[in-house]
Design a protein around this ligand. Sequence first.
Ligand code: C5P
Length: 291
Amino acid sequence: MKSLTLLSPAKLNLYLRVVGKLPGGYHRLITLFHRISLCDTLRLERTAKGFSLTCTDPRLPTDSRNIVTQAYHLVKKRFPLLGGVSVHLTKRIPLGGGLAGGSSNAAAFLIGLRQLYDLPLSLKNLVSLGAKLGSDVPFFLHNVKQALGERRGDVITPVALRSRKWFVLVLSERGLSTKLVYQALPEDLPGVSLTKAHRIARIACYFLEHADLFEVAKGLRNDLERPAIRLSPSIQKIIGDIVQLGIPSVAMSGSGPTVFALLSSHQQAEKLARRLRKTLSPKSIKVCHSF
Ligand code: C5P
């Protein structure tokens, strides 16, 4: 195989609870990842040697600061005779939006590189490489629509999805730094045992399967919402505006600032999107679904 094209989807966190602290400045989480149809595209081509990356978004560095470049060098360290690859990234997922676009790109690249060079890497091998690149990478390597993420978010347990969910996203021009949002968490997080948090996460999964949006809203939670709002108060205004329109099933994804509303039908989602486009920049409103 000389070349291949891969879709690289975004994720939402339908539930995110910070349960404590971990060594190395990380936080212990229980989160429900949900893959959505907002996708970047990666085109990989075999070359004789070396690595090159081009991207449609000039704001994204393509050198060693880029997680895809880092992924290539990580694999090259493991397989020193690995040939070259050139990558073209078509960016649609906003940068720093809490949608894990970079992590998804790294996961798609690892899967593509394995295929391109027929590398002897099991899922377990890929996940351990991916976890070195970022906490959200392992979820995308699992090729499931929905999963619980534990520890840093890198320990993945797939969760069945009964029906396709519809979402309206409110994207922001300005991203938030994940690190800064975590740093803005209060020092005295209310303690919760892992067993209890796990049970609550399962209950949240149950509520999220309801058709009634008030029931769905009981399942949504994101402990990073408060610190993100402190850094970017407009998040609270957007959430409030959507609730005012009679849609209670609204939350922020990951470390923000993307806000999403969960709806039970395509029709409901398009209706909310039309209403939001009247007051917010139409470009910032996207309808998407489980993917
Ligand atoms: O793993 P990733 O590179 O995506 O993490 C970015 C930053 O987010 C980390 O350096 C850390 O400050 C914070 N983080 C955290 N706890 C997690 C995941 C990320 O504190 N579970």
